[in-house]
Design a protein around this ligand. Structure first.
Ligand code: PEP
Ligand code: MN
Length: 705
């Protein structure tokens, strides 16, 4: 080949690839520049917000920004899920930048450097929490590792460090009592918080063989969070470490030793991750607090939390009296924790976290009134809340191709419940808890942030059965793109014939959970047996009790004991009152998060798979406060009839529908004839949300949050 020949992709494919990669690098460079510019704009906006008194966060505007970006993205061929994910991250960054800036302004003189201490050195979770907390701040910080919580509090109390960072609670193991006790003992104040996802891994030296391990180094908290995994590590002795970083350092030179710490710690210390994600629950979070000698004021524009400790007289209702003060002032209590009072056997004090800023009138007044009805009250500090939940996009934005520009919140039609005010005067002894007499107000459930029974019409959709990972991921992506709120998929299938496909079981549930996580949708799946309840509840956001199990009383009792919403389907031969009595079984066990699903009943009519009892919706709403949805798919068994009946469900006032769809219905392993095709689901979503415009006003002049 001559040296001067032009580079063509055919002649030299690798040169063509290189040139595409160069183009990609340059595009990424511009993206980064844009992100930096956007951050700068956010900072400038914060300067304006600091002069205003209203909250810095404006979720209505965020919803408009998201809707605008989704529309603009679609015009460029980008899917809504991708655009939403990117902008959730971008908006969160803006919010945190602005919050940090407002806090720094409030603190007055900018510190040039802050001395911080925490549990363990770099590579520990406390260090990671500090890094996250200070990453956007202009203040520099130095960090000193301590080998006990006590040491951290002592250093701050003596002024050897300006702030200390300490874990205070974990979502698996609960409160870290020692941190609470030390806080009070040293008279320190909470000045910040950080909620961190914790991903424990098993770390070892390069070439370590998992089956040969004989020593496990870990902090007791990490061990408690990884109980199942540690119990299964036969023949391995446990050695307590003072922190995760300490644990990793302890394995030096020993190929038969392992440690529990993060993947970041592995990278920092140059060791290997032997097993990832070993905690008992997939979602594991620790809340860290930042403590200082003096409290710091929080700008009024920021969402603020306040912590207190109180003790009340040892008299009946004295705690209630204290709590009534919060009710009177409309203050939300985020946490209430009791601890023994040192030296006073069987007497308790209470730690409280509330949403609010003492600089605002109502919280300040509440604190004052509290002192009149308690024996002891101490303000532990106020701090900007680290919890900034993303603004969710209304299904209507996704479902309808065009969002009406005239739509405003005031235009949103009233929710389905308002059409059916409770009127029943029936005495229903067979179902007391489910009855309207027991509870006049509609129950509104929440499944991973999606409300069922509230004003928004909810669509649950997915394949009848989870068949492959690829199938459920494809369905989830399509569902999400068109505004479906909740993803369904059967893993344990109740089939009339034992020779039919019975479902993939827990393997299918792994796929469904992955799809739900990837596309940000709660998942619902059926439990058929009491033995499955615990494992399914660990992964599914909603448990389904199918029509054939509506009167499986042991199963109803079992799902009544878990902390997950339950979707109870009406039995094929069950009356409305029998459905309510079945719901009562669940409620009577403690679980009040139940909603009902009318899915067709057996009649003499054979033209459809079952007969959809639409009138069950208003009748149920008369008799019960529980939400009611309709499943037209199983009712009719024919895909062409599903969309009109879903619209009828909406018209009759159901709180939502559940429909089945499939990428290739002809190949479906169950219920193919009733599965909507992908375009049919998209069209149905448009129809269902056409008259329910998004409660946002698309703006021509939208800019960074
Ligand atoms: C289902 O929804 O997957 C199902 C099996 O429905 P049903 O129990 O109503 O038949
Ligand atoms: Mn089905």
């Amino acid at each position: 080949m001559s040296e001067s020949s032009p580079v063509s992709s055919k002649a030299n494919p690798s040169a063509a690839l290189d040139s595409l990669r160069i183009e990609l690098d340059s595009l990424d460079g511009s993206l980064l520049e844009s992100l930096a510019q956007r951050r700068e704009l956010s900072r400038r906006i914060a300067e304006h917000k600091s002069k205003a008194t209203g909250p810095a966060r404006d979720q209505e505007r965020e919803a408009r920004v998201l809707a605008d970006r989704v529309r603009a993205g679609r015009a460029l061929g980008l899917d809504a899920h991708f655009v939403t994910r990117v902008f959730h991250a971008v908006i969160e960054d803006s919010l945190r930048v602005q919050h940090d800036q407002l806090s720094a302004e409030q603190a007055g003189t900018q510190r040039t450097s802050l001395r911080l201490c925490g549990l363990g050195s770099q590579g520990s979770y406390s260090h990671a929490a500090a890094e996250r907390h200070f990453s956007r701040q202009t203040t520099g910080w130095s960090y000193a590792g301590c080998n006990s919580l006590r040491r951290i509090f002592e250093q701050v109390a003596r002024g050897e460090a300006e702030q200390g960072v300490a874990p205070i609670e974990n979502t698996i193991t609960g409160s870290i009592n020692e941190a609470y006790d030390l806080l009070l003992e040293h008279g320190l104040s909470i000045v910040g918080e950080e909620r961190m996802p914790i991903r424990h891994c098993l770390l070892g030296l390069q070439g370590a063989d998992r089956s040969q391990l004989r020593l496990l180094h870990a902090h007791p908290q990490a061990l408690a969070q990884c109980r199942h995994f540690v119990d299964a590590l036969a023949g391995c002795q446990v050695q307590y470490a003072t922190s995760a970083s300490d644990a990793v350092q302890a394995i030096a030179g020993d190929k038969r030793a392992a440690a529990i710490a993060s993947a970041e710690a592995a990278a920092h210390f140059g060791v290997e991750v032997l097993v990832e994600n070993i905690a008992d629950q997939r979602d594991n979070y620790t809340r860290f607090i930042f403590v200082a000698r003096r409290p710091l004021p929080v700008p009024k524009q920021l969402p603020c939390k306040t912590s207190l400790v109180i003790s009340t007289a040892q008299k009946p209702a004295s705690l209630v009296q204290a709590l009534l003060v919060f009710r009177k002032h409309g203050i939300n209590l985020a946490k209430l924790e009791s601890r023994p009072i040192p030296g006073n056997a069987w007497e308790e004090m209470f730690y409280l976290d509330l949403d609010g800023n003492p600089a605002a009138d109502s919280v300040g007044q509440a604190l004052e009134e509290l002192s009149k009805v308690t024996r002891f009250v101490r303000f532990l500090g106020s701090y900007a809340s680290s919890d900034l939940p993303p603004t969710t996009l209304q299904p209507a934005v996704l479902a309808t191709a065009e969002v009406s520009s005239a739509a405003t919140i005031a235009d949103t039609p009233p929710g389905p419940t308002s059409a059916h005010k409770p009127t029943s005067k029936r005495k229903s002894s067979a179902y007391r808890l489910a009855s309207r007499e027991h509870k006049q107000q509609d129950t509104v459930l929440s499944a991973a942030g999606v409300e069922i029974g509230g004003p928004d019409f909810v669509v649950i959709a997915g394949p009848c059965a989870v068949e492959t990972r690829e199938q459920v991921m494809t369905c989830a992506r399509h569902a999400r793109e068109h505004g479906v709120a909740i993803l369904r998929g059967g893993c344990f299938k109740p089939r009339t014939s034992p020779y039919s496909f019975q479902g993939l079981g827990l393997e299918g549930l792994d796929y469904l959970a992955e799809a739900g996580k990837t596309y940000g949708m709660p998942i619902v799946t059926e439990v058929m047996d009491t033995h499955q309840v615990e494992a399914v509840a660990r992964q599914a956001d909603i448990l389904q009790v199918g029509a054939r199990n509506m009167q499986n009383f042991s199963l109803l009792r079992a799902v009544g004991q878990v902390h997950r919403p339950v979707m109870l389907k009406r039995g094929l031969m069950a009356s409305i009152d029998e459905l309510l009595q079945a719901a009562e079984y669940i409620l009577s066990q403690g679980n009040q998060q139940v909603f009902l699903c009318e899915r067709g009943i057996r009649t003499f009519e054979t033209s459809t798979r079952n007969t959809l009892d639409l009138s069950a919706v208003p009748i149920l709403q008369e008799r019960t406060h529980l939400p009611v949805i309709i499943d037209p798919s199983h009712a009719v068994g024919r895909r062409d009839l599903v969309p009109p009946l879903a619209r009828a469900a909406q018209a009759v006032g159901a709180h939502g529908v559940m429909v089945e769809f499939h990428p290739r219905p002809e190949e479906a392993l169950s219920d193919g004839p009733q599965a909507l095709r992908f375009p049919q689901l998209a069209a149905l979503m448009r129809d269902l949300y056409r008259d329910r415009p998004a409660p946002v006003t698309p703006s021509q002049t939208s800019q960074a949050t």
